[in-house]
Write a new protein. Structure first.
Lengths: 950, 155
């Protein structure tokens, strides 16, 4: 076989490939590669290596890197190979270089020259090879070195060069948009190129440009629509067909562009209706590629200002996807549903059954996609069911990335749609319990703020009930092992602030729990800090209220332990605690006012209250204070403390030079500004505070109270999003009326029963019809779907009185069944009027039937020997016809066979080769050749031989 | 950008071809390949051909012993914008893989894993013709193979 040329490779190379192919394990493979590296290191630097040999070495380097080992010792040889005159060697050199180097590698500078030279070459294949390299290797700084040449190549006679030049400019655009600003009109011109490949390539830069500013390209809408129409009408050369679908990849890209251009623009959208409708009608729903186009049409329809008719067609297509047995199509259906749902929310209800099926599916990809859909369609009426499901899913998965994502979605939905405070707190508890370390720390602060502020209404009873229920739930949870740190922090803070507020729990009970928490997490300084501060509050409140109390023995021992802690923050808190306990009730009430976390704290930034003290000291002969920046370099300690990256806690050597000390900008007030909005200071910054002289200047209790209070200055009073507070406030006012009349305990009950109601509705609609569906899924199709939806509707109208909307749903479903019959007749519709009035592209496109066979062109250009060519054309049409004859067949076959048992491959291969591929003889030759080399199907890895297309 | 990498990996998890359209260090590639190959190989035939992995969505297809994996951008989902710019068409990528295999099959004739191993550079050349900057720029088999056949003749 010509292209294989007896493989033309050395025994050594064949042996390498063979041993890699037969390696049984990664470690065996690694051993082979390491040996190869040793050998190549020696050999590649020998003088006078023949070029062909060098090419082989380069490919062996590619192998080494591909298998995960470093081949940088040979990069320079790949670079050298790009200088070679032989096209094959040059292209191999460029290939290796693009695989090895990134655009910022030092060796690139050596290649730019070669690229410049090659871009001028007479051989268009050399130009193409250079353009491939340009796309990958030219970075922002080197763009000016080649851009002029690349622009000139836009007018090259060979379409392959023009196409690659467009893509090179596209890569410049990606790296530095400003570098090609002046070329936008060239892109538009290239859209009208004679060659469909060049036109197709131009769509990529245009797409990128359109995403930046849609409005500049509105005048192209008609052109894009025309091109799409022509593509869909098979005006492009047949070689662009894929499984009888005309240029599907170009169609898809055009649909993406139209989606952008038609978004929010009725006039532009109207131009597209006909062509999208035509494509959807014509698309082949039995093939993957047909469905890919259908899916793209749905995406486009959901993005533009669609007509009701198109929306209906899209809904029908989605229904087909969802009803399909193929998981791939179901996935696409769910995705498409998520897009269309914004425009017609009622469509989700038609498919609730299918959606629930996907949600229960063992395939994690499908399940996750379905959760994405649910996330998009959440509203206040279904938030409880959806969030409950999401939390269950979150608990079930291990991947921290997706756990985090699901957790933050739960939080987002809960904050936005929470039907009640109680539910919100319960939900947050679950999220924190299972993913507390993964959620954004802000979420914890939001939760604390919610509990502290209530809902901002002047309804103190509701607020205190919220707090009581939070305290109650936290007291139950706090003993559990393995609680995430962030959650424990919230728990400690809430218990300290409100634990004793309603008088239900005694101070000693709360403080016992807090001590337990601190003890159970003795390796977590932050939790201990929260706990000790909470203890301080609990006891302060007791003392301020004039109640008698005894410090629990475990609390005493905790304090002793912390007083000797390595963490100066913990130490300070412990000492502050002890100092406060010694004060009288009046002073404590001032320092630790009850429920004052939301009060604004006025900070006296100039520390004016110290003025008299300072004055007195000065009079008594003390040295005046010299601000830090006026001191000489000897006292740069505090600056060092400010450099967070060299945190004092990491006791490691610094190897970099010390920075020149910078003056601390606001001198007088370092302590307060270091954590302006934090609820409670973290231990880290407090290290700095300790070093700073000013902190020790202020009285201990003062630093403590400013440090330990909620600091809400500059923080929005309202939490969460505006939609939430309005929705929630209405629901709270509802439940408030309950609470005032009925006892508090019934309130949670109603919530629970409500959610149970909806979930039981959920499961009944899922289970009962499920049996029917699995039995008669295919037969009943649409009618069954209507049936179930009407059933679930009855429930709905019974439960929530939404009957009116329901009936129209049924009628719509029956409409669908009618629709389904119609297309067969409507296909014969008179073809839409020919709109080929687009000046340039039309002429060229419509003449595409006369487009020259690229092979013939090559023939003429290179004047190759007759017999070399005959192989291709004779094979070409032959193959084409083979593919097209049993195209459908083949398509199905491959899908079926591609996952065949490899053991049967060897037998099937021979029979398969009779019907497919260039010729049986070639295949057998190849087989024999490989056997000669010692690689044969019976050796260690028979799979190497299995025919990929089965 | 679209396509971020194309991988061919056999059933044992050994890489047979790797092309990245964004720069990753050797270590990053090793780690990424290890993780996604483990994920994809663990799936069965009934499950769909798409797998999410961090910022990637991987579309994969198995031919005999060889897995073809294509990594594309995974779109950001937010409730605010239902329509997102970066929406990969997974089915189209799936068919792109098939087109690649058909093209290799036309060139090699009954293409098998060994063909790709012995002619790694040619498999790369085909891919270079089909994908640039992570975009599918050529889908005509004749156009893809023409430069490669010309090079064969010339050398």
């Amino acid at each position: 076989m010509g292209s294989q040329g007896g493989f033309g490779q050395s025994k050594e190379f064949l042996d390498l490939v063979k041993s890699i192919g037969e390696a049984r394990s990664k470690s065996e493979e690694d051993r082979i590669v390491l040996h190869e590296i040793e050998m190549l290191k020696r050999r590649i630097n020998e003088p006078d290596i023949p070029k062909r040999k060098m090419k082989e070495y380069i490919i062996r380097l590619v192998y080494i890197e591909m298998l995960g080992h470093d081949a940088s010792f040979g990069y320079i040889h790949a670079v050298k190979m790009t200088h070679d005159d032989s096209l094959l060697l040059k292209r191999t050199g460029y290939l290796a270089v693009t695989l090895f180097l990134n655009e910022d590698h030092d060796l690139i500078i050596l290649i730019v020259n070669t690229i410049q030279k090659d871009l001028k070459s007479d051989n268009y294949l050399v130009v193409c090879a250079a353009l491939n390299a340009v796309c990958k290797l030219i970075n922002e700084e080197t763009i000016p070195a080649v851009i002029q040449q690349v622009v000139e190549l836009l007018g090259h006679p060979k379409e392959g060069v023009r196409k690659k030049a467009v893509m090179a400019l596209h890569s410049f655009y990606q790296r530095s948009p400003s570098s090609v600003n002046h070329l936008v009109s060239s892109f538009q011109k290239k859209l009208c190129d004679n060659d469909p490949g060049v036109m197709g390539a131009t769509l990529f830069p245009l797409y990128d440009l359109i995403t930046i500013d849609v409005n500049l390209y509105k005048d192209l809408v008609v052109s894009f629509v025309n091109i799409l129409k022509q593509v869909a009408e098979r005006r492009l050369p047949k070689s662009y067909d894929y499984h009888q679908t005309p240029a599907p990849f170009i169609q898809i890209k055009l649909l993406k562009i139209l989606a952008l251009l038609g978004s929010g623009d009725k006039r532009s959208s109207e131009h597209m209706y006909t062509v999208i409708g035509d494509i959807m009608r014509k698309s082949d729903t039995t093939s993957n590629i047909g469905n890919a186009i259908l899916y793209e049409c749905i995406c486009c329809i959901s993005s533009i200002q669609s007509s009701p008719k198109l929306l209906e067609t899209a809904a029908d297509a989605i229904a087909k996807f969802l009803k399909s047995d193929s998981h791939n199509l179901k996935y696409m259906g769910i995705d498409a549903l998520g897009r269309l749902i914004r425009l017609s929310p009622e469509i989700a209800e038609q498919h609730q059954l299918a959606v629930i099926d996907c949600l229960e599916d063992p395939d994690d990809t499908l399940k996750r996609k379905t959760f994405e859909l649910l996330y998009k369609m959440t509203k206040s009426s279904n938030v409880e069911v959806i969030v409950d499901r999401m939390i269950d899913y979150m608990i079930s998965i291990n991947d921290s990335h997706y756990k985090t994502e699901t957790a933050s979605r739960c939080v987002e939905l809960a904050e936005q749609f929470a039907p009640s405070n109680h539910w919100f707190i319960q939900t947050m508890n679950k999220v924190f319990q299972h993913a507390g370390d993964l959620v954004n720390p802000k979420v914890a602060h939001n939760l604390m703020r919610l509990i502290a502020e209530g809902f901002g209404e002047d309804d103190d009873t509701a607020d205190s009930q919220l707090r009581s229920s939070a305290v109650e739930s936290y007291l139950q949870i706090v003993d559990q092992p393995k609680l995430p740190s962030a959650f424990l922090q919230v728990i400690c803070w809430v218990l300290g602030e409100y634990g004793t507020a309603d008088g239900k729990y005694s101070a000693s009970y709360i403080s016992g729990k807090l001590c337990d928490a601190a003890e159970a997490h003795s390796d977590d300084d932050i939790v201990k800090a929260y706990a000790v501060t909470a203890l301080m509050k609990v006891y302060s409140f007791e003392k301020a209220a004039g109640r008698k109390f005894n410090l629990l023995p475990e609390c005493q021992s905790l304090l002793e332990e912390l007083s000797a802690s390595h963490s100066s923050d913990l130490q300070q808190r412990a000492y502050e605690f002890q100092a406060i306990l010694d004060l009288d009730a009046n002073a404590i009430e001032n320092i630790m006012p009850l429920d004052a976390s939301c009060e604004d704290i006025e900070i006296d930034k100039s520390l004016s209250f110290l003025d008299s003290y300072v004055h007195k000291s000065l009079e008594e002969g003390a040295e005046p204070y010299i601000p830090e920046h006026e001191r000489s370099g000897t006292l740069s300690i505090s600056n060092m403390g400010n450099q967070n990256q060299y945190d004092t806690s990491s006791h490691s050597l610094r190897f970099e030079a010390y920075e020149v000390p910078k003056p601390v900008i606001p001198i007088g007030i370092p302590a307060p500004i270091s954590y302006p909005t934090e609820l409670v200071p973290l231990p880290e910054p407090s290290y700095q505070r300790d070093v700073q002289p000013i902190a020790s200047l202020g009285p201990v209790s003062d630093a403590g109270s400013t440090g330990l209070k909620l600091r809400l200055d500059g923080v929005q009073k309202k939490w969460g999003k505006p939609t939430y507070s309005s929705a929630a406030s209405s629901s709270t006012s509802n439940s408030d009326s309950h609470r005032t009349t009925v006892s508090g305990a019934t309130q949670p009950d109603t919530v629970v029963s409500k959610s149970r109601e909806s979930s039981s509705y959920d499961s009944s609609s899922r289970r009962q019809p499920h049996v029917e569906v699995s039995e008669e899924k295919q037969k009943l199709a649409a009618s069954l779907f209507g049936g179930t939806s009407s059933r679930s509707e009855k429930k709905q109208s019974g439960g929530t009185a939404a009957g009116g909307g329901g009936h129209s749903k049924v009628s719509r479903v029956s409409n669908h069944t009618e629709e389904k019959v119609r297309p067969t007749t409507t296909v014969v519709q008179p073809p839409p009027p020919d709109l080929l009035d687009l000046a340039e592209p039309t002429g060229t496109m419509s003449s595409s039937s006369s487009v020259i066979d690229p092979f013939k062109q090559l023939e003429g250009l290179l004047d190759m020997s007759e017999d070399g060519i005959t192989a291709t054309p004779s094979n070409g049409p032959d193959l084409m016809s083979l593919y097209s004859e049993n195209g459908q067949n083949l398509n199905q076959n491959t899908i079926l066979n591609e996952k065949d048992d490899p053991s049967s491959e060897n037998t099937t291969k021979r029979t398969a080769s009779l019907t497919k591929g260039p010729s049986l003889k070639d295949a057998l030759n190849k087989d024999a050749l490989v056997r000669q080399m010692g690689v044969n199907p019976t050796s260690q890895n028979p799979n190497l031989f299995s025919d990929l297309l089965g | 950008m679209g396509i971020r990498f194309v991988l061919m990996v056999n059933k044992q998890g050994q890489t047979r071809l790797a092309q990245y359209y964004e720069y990753l260090t050797l270590e990053e590639r090793r780690a990424l390949e290890g993780e996604i190959v483990r994920k994809c190989l663990a799936r069965n035939e009934q499950q769909c051909s798409f797998v999410e992995h961090r910022t990637y969505k991987i579309v994969y297809r198995r031919y005999a012993s060889l897995f073809f994996l294509v990594g594309v951008d995974n779109e950001e989902v937010s409730r605010a914008h239902t329509f997102t710019i970066m929406c990969p068409n997974e089915l189209a990528i799936l068919e792109f893989i098939h087109l690649l295999v058909e093209t290799m099959d036309r060139h090699f004739g009954n293409v098998c894993e060994l063909d790709i191993m012995f002619h790694l550079e040619k498999a790369h050349f085909m891919l270079e013709e089909m994908v640039m900057n992570g975009c599918i720029v050529e889908t005509s088999k004749a156009n893809i193979l023409a430069p490669i056949q010309l090079m064969d003749k010339a050398s």
